[in-house]
Design a protein. Structure first.
Length: 604
């Protein structure tokens, strides 16, 4: 494989092997065309301008002890972090789910068995892709760290995907192995038929629970609740078999470096076809170091108990819960089904937890869940909000009930994901906070010029946590970066003189009413102030007179009897005329992504 510049590319029996570290460091962007690796010109621009920086006015607002820069090469790989943690916290609890808790020592042993089996029995070599299609069960971290230890690139898959969605991700990534829950094995069987997948590993919910509880749980789920539809997967393996046989195998030496791909992390597809962001070990290490530096006063090595209700396959929870607290020896309490509010609240009451993460809809749902007010929040030190804007009304009520403010941040899959976060000791409601160390943020207009202080502009990012590019999509990769190498996020933001950023809205979600810009977040924040509204969403619809008009979708709280006239009157008291919704539609529920983010695109 020879690059377009004439340089020698990586050689491997696999035509699309991910041995990125074999290329020069300037491969901070790879474009794959057929079997040829090509260095896209956008990355030459990124390399040439690496030393350039905007005026980092936010540094003066950093709390004492937070550095301006971090070292993205502090560890050789995520495996290096994992090994150090297992040595330091070997007897400490690492993950708990459905009544079983495993220590870091047990996680070390189980993941090593998986890695050895992948290498010795399945013949996987470093750079191969493996898809993990699991909810929040103990099996997820076991397979995740097993795959990373074998040098594989992890392709996280939403377990609720349809066969069409799964087939796209498998075919696009070129994954040759998939690990999935038996509940979704029928979908897997349908999707793998026309894919490059050679190995299917199936697990049941109770597989890692102690006997006889494991048998009982699996029987109830399969025969009482009937949650495992019949399926045919000839030649499929059981995860129990992988663990049993892998425990008798040794793992050959595997060298994994910072420039190797750790994750092909697919975007949610809310703006089009899902794309795989290439996130290297160095990208992930950089983000872990950045977040660790910002939250240093809220992280307690070896003592934190973290409620993990958002899905681990999503980049937010993967980094903010799983990887961060593995790095610091914390315990992740895995919530398999947060929609089961009765059990969720019962789990919260069982643990003296110190950290919880979520999105606005999760916080709002919990605040309205029976029994939540009786949870003991005395140990809670950190509530992290992300994924979508946390509404002021929700943030204020959360603080009243729990005594702990929501620390809001901002990120995206392409940035591993954290770009900004509020200072742990002086967070501001409505702000996404300050850029994390070693990160440049610039706000630009449509012409690419930096906007004046206080004016809205597209948020553009540079930093060691920024992805290499999109897997096998050189044109979309190039379109996501400016000519001088900044990642264009598509989010509109403002920044004040102290360096605090605020998201105004998604660029594509902005509504143009008679030439005036209307940002849905503003409308939704006003609607959230109404005591009878549970959830809301705002979109633009075509209008022959004004070009576009504002339409809102609402879910009322139980017992509330709302009318469109009442909603419009409420908005008129808080908004200028052209921002007041012209159309109001009531629904029983709103469409959401896997992490609970309301999907405006579907409503449009």
């Amino acid at each position: 494989a020879t690059s377009a510049t004439g340089r020698e590319g990586p050689r491997s029996p696999h035509p699309v092997a991910l041995r990125v570290r074999q290329l020069r460091p300037a491969l901070a962007g790879i474009a794959l065309a057929g079997n040829t690796w090509a260095l896209d010109s956008v990355y030459d621009a990124r390399q040439l301008t690496e030393g350039e920086s905007v005026d980092k006015i936010w540094l003066s607002s950093y709390p004492e002890g937070v550095p301006a820069e971090i070292d993205p090469d502090a560890y050789t790989s995520l495996n290096d972090i994992f090994a150090r943690t297992c040595e330091r916290f070997r007897d400490r609890p690492a993950f708990s789910n459905l009544g079983r808790t495993i220590t870091f020592g047990e996680l070390d042993r189980l993941s090593l068995s998986v890695a050895a089996y992948f290498s010795q029995r399945l013949g996987h070599r470093p750079g191969d892709r493996i898809a993990i299609m699991l909810p929040n069960l103990l099996q997820y971290p076991v397979v995740l760290f097993g795959a990373l230890r074998a040098g594989l690139a992890v392709v996280n898959v939403n377990p609720l995907y349809t066969a069409r969605e799964l087939a796209h991700q498998l075919n696009d990534s070129g994954a040759t192995t998939i690990v999935a829950l038996a509940n979704r094995a029928g979908i897997v069987a349908e999707a793998v038929a026309e894919s490059s997948v050679r190995n299917v590993i199936v697990t049941e919910v109770g597989d890692l629970l102690p006997f006889p509880r494991s048998l009982l749980v699996n029987l109830v789920i399969k025969y009482v609740k009937r949650l495992v539809p019949p399926y045919r997967l000839p030649g499929s393996l059981r995860l129990k078999t992988v663990l049993s046989e892998g425990g008798n195998l040794s793992l050959p030496p595997v060298t994994v470096g910072g420039q190797d791909i750790a994750f092909l992390q697919y975007t949610g597809g809310t703006t089009g076809v899902a794309k795989g962001a290439m996130l290297t070990h160095r990208n992930m290490i950089a983000n872990l170091e950045q977040v660790s530096a910002c939250l240093r006063t809220r992280i307690n090595d070896g003592r934190d108990i973290v409620i993990t209700a958002l899905p681990l396959y999503h980049i937010f929870c993967l980094t903010a819960n799983c990887l961060i607290y593995v790095k610091h020896g914390g315990l992740n309490v895995l919530i398999t089904d947060p929609r089961d509010l009765k059990r969720f609240v019962a789990d919260l009451r069982r643990w003296s937890f110190t950290v919880i993460s979520g999105v606005n809809t999760l916080f709002n749902t919990l605040l309205n869940a029976p029994g939540f007010e009786h949870v003991d929040f005395s140990a809670l030190q950190l509530t992290v909000g992300g994924g979508m804007t946390v509404q002021a009304a929700v943030a204020e009520r959360w603080k009243q009930v729990t005594g702990c403010p929501i620390l809001e941040g901002y990120g995206l899959t392409e940035c591993s994901p954290v770009v900004c976060v509020n200072p742990a000791d002086k967070q501001e409601i409505g702000s996404i906070g300050l850029p994390v160390p070693s990160t440049d943020v610039d706000l630009r207009d449509d012409a690419g010029a930096t906007v004046p202080l206080g004016e809205p502009g597209e948020l553009c990012v540079k930093g060691p946590q920024v992805m290499l590019g999109y897997w096998q999509r050189p044109e979309e990769t190039q379109g996501s970066f400016t000519a001088d190498g900044w990642l264009r996020t598509g989010d509109i933001a403002t920044v004040d003189e102290r360096g605090f950023f605020r998201i105004v809205d998604r660029k594509k979600d902005m509504i143009l009413v008679s030439g005036f810009n209307v940002f849905p977040n503003e409308i939704e924040n006003v609607l959230a102030l109404h005591e009878g509204i549970l959830e809301c969403a705002c979109v633009g619809v075509q209008d022959p007179k004004s070009g576009e008009a504002v339409k809102v979708f609402l879910v009322a709280k139980p017992g509330a009897h709302l009318t469109a006239a009442e909603i419009k009157s409420h908005c008129k008291a808080h908004l200028t005329g052209y921002k007041v919704p012209r159309f109001v539609e009531f629904r029983d529920e709103l469409p959401k992504s896997s992490v609970g983010k309301i999907l405006r695109r579907e409503l449009r």
